[in-house]
Design a protein around this ligand. Structure first.
Ligand SMILES: Cc1ncc(COP(=O)(O)O)c(C=O)c1O
Length: 481
């Protein structure tokens, strides 16, 4: 591909994408395709011969694009994948072109410097001091793993990295934690059974009395407390745990406190509902995902650590083939020494360009719009006696359920799943379902700068209509049997 072809193809792609975004609202949110058909589209052996780039792009236009989930569509209110902001998309293009490998300084000095600055912006946002540092990661899953690994090493006096796990340790987290915590507890060598899921109160915040009880029980039985994972914005309802209370207990017990702000971190930019006073800076480590509520395209998660030396203690190995002998002054920052991953994509570029292009103020206004939309939906559902709400949304995730009088819980679960399917099939919206305290709910989560209040109103009308129609149909069916 010479410069001329590269230009032609690049211009065509940019024109295509500009058109795509101009008309995104006219598209279906979820494509009309089943998994078998989707697989069949790509069922071909490894291509041996070249094709012109034009042909390859044409193929994308017929096979890929029509069957994508249009997450930038204002009706996408599902699993936390925000509308990617346009300058972030351009950043990813540049990132691949330059292909800086941020794992090692020698493969991207300015990119390493940029990531260090972006991490500094994030640590400042969280209220951390100058000793803090961190890495951009593939997402919250990896960030939670790194946070727990760093915590494990700190609490075991830096023995576990060398000797493995000898004693019986336990980790404590809310029943509303993300599943990445369970996986991390496994991956740091404790096994999932070492995780103590703790009940939450009516606001879905972890109960400190339950934590105390679990700690007392474990200690009586020879288990050693290692880490508490607090949540700053649960996936289901955006609940924020009492970080100060968790910190007091962690200090008393000599435990690490990791706080998962993968989703809730966006609220640090909010103007109307600021959450900078909730004690996030008291955590020893934090997960915060720019690819969630900072509207950066995937992937850009982050793990932040209050004391940068802990990162080096956990990951600081220098194999001979990587050691940079040219760095006599020891000034070249090597991410592979201060983090888990080696080859690393230049993720900071899209976060840096987004903050530069829009500014934290504008991004905060998008966050506020999404919170306002969730609160509007809450107000609508509150007025309808046929619907029940889990809690008033502190962020933009809201759980609402159809009461469906006369149905037991299993039937209600079926009804919610079927209505969510109908919503998907409509092509106008996408929402998920979830379980909270033994009941099934619709989970609706605007994290999209294109969503407007009217979308929430239309979605709620659809839920009212579909729930009533389905309940009626179920009643008729049960009377006729
Ligand atoms: C609270 C929380 N933590 C962690 C994660 C995992 O993040 P990722 O999907 O970026 O790996 C999620 C994902 O939704 C989340 O909501």
């Amino acid at each position: 591909m010479d410069g001329k072809e590269f230009r032609q193809v690049g211009h065509r792609v940019v024109d295509f994408l500009a058109e795509y975004f101009d008309h995104i609202e006219e598209k279906r949110v979820f494509p009309d395709v089943d998994p078998r058909t989707a697989n069949a589209l790509f069922a071909e052996p490894l291509p041996q011969d070249p094709s012109p780039a034009e042909t390859v792009l044409n193929e994308l236009e017929t096979k890929l694009i029509p069957y994508c989930t249009n997450v930038g569509h204002p009706g996408y209110m599902g699993l936390i994948t925000p509308s990617p902001n346009p300058v972030g998309i351009i950043a990813d293009f540049i990132c691949s072109a330059l292909n800086q490998n941020v794992g090692a300084y020698s493969i991207g000095p300015s990119a390493v410097a940029m990531e260090r600055r972006v991490v500094r912006w994030l640590t400042d946002l969280c209220g951390y001091g100058p000793k803090a540092d961190g890495n951009l990661t593939s997402g919250g899953m990896m960030a939670n793993f790194i946070g727990l690994k760093v915590g494990r090493d700190a609490v075991t006096g830096d023995r576990a990295q060398h000797d493995g796990i000898r004693e019986r340790w336990a980790v404590y987290a809310s029943e509303e934690r993300h599943v990445s915590v369970d996986k991390a507890v496994d991956c740091i060598g404790l096994g999932r059974n070492a995780l103590r899921p703790l009940p939450t109160d009516a606001n879905f915040q972890v109960r400190l009395d339950a934590l105390e009880e679990a700690l007392a029980h474990d200690k009586e039985n020879g288990m050693r407390p290692m880490c508490i994972v607090g949540v700053f914005g649960t996936t289901n309802t955006g609940a924020v745990d009492d970080i100060r209370g968790l910190r007091r207990i962690a200090d008393r017990e000599g435990m690490w406190l990791h706080v998962d702000a993968a989703y809730g971190g966006g609220m640090l930019l909010s103007h109307e509902w600021p959450m900078r006073n909730r004690g996030l800076e008291l955590a020893d480590s934090i997960t915060i995902d720019p690819h969630k509520w900072f509207y950066a395209p995937l992937d850009a998660g982050a793990v932040l650590v209050k004391d940068r030396d802990r990162l080096t203690a956990s990951f600081g190995m220098k194999p001979s083939y990587l050691t940079d002998e040219l760095d006599q002054a020891n000034e070249r920052y090597q991410y592979y020494v201060h983090g888990f991953e080696q080859s690393r994509r230049f993720r900071s570029l899209k976060v840096w360009m987004s903050f530069k292009r829009y500014g934290a103020h504008q991004i905060g206004r998008w966050v506020d719009n999404n919170v306002r939309q969730a609160k509007h939906l809450y107000a609508l559902a509150e007025k309808d006696p046929e619907f029940e709400l889990a809690t008033s949304p502190p962020m933009s995730a809201i759980c609402v359920r159809y009461k469906a009088d006369g149905l037991d819980e299993a039937q209600s679960k079926d009804l919610h799943a079927e209505v969510a399917q109908r919503v998907e099939r409509s092509g106008r919206f996408w929402i998920s379902t979830t379980e909270l305290k033994g009941k099934t709910w619709f989970r609706i989560n605007p994290v999209n700068f294109r969503t407007r209040q009217e979308h929430l109103e239309k979605l709620f009308q659809m839920l009212q209509r579909e729930c009533r129609a389905l309940l009626r149909a179920k009643r008729v069916a049960s009377q006729s049997t």
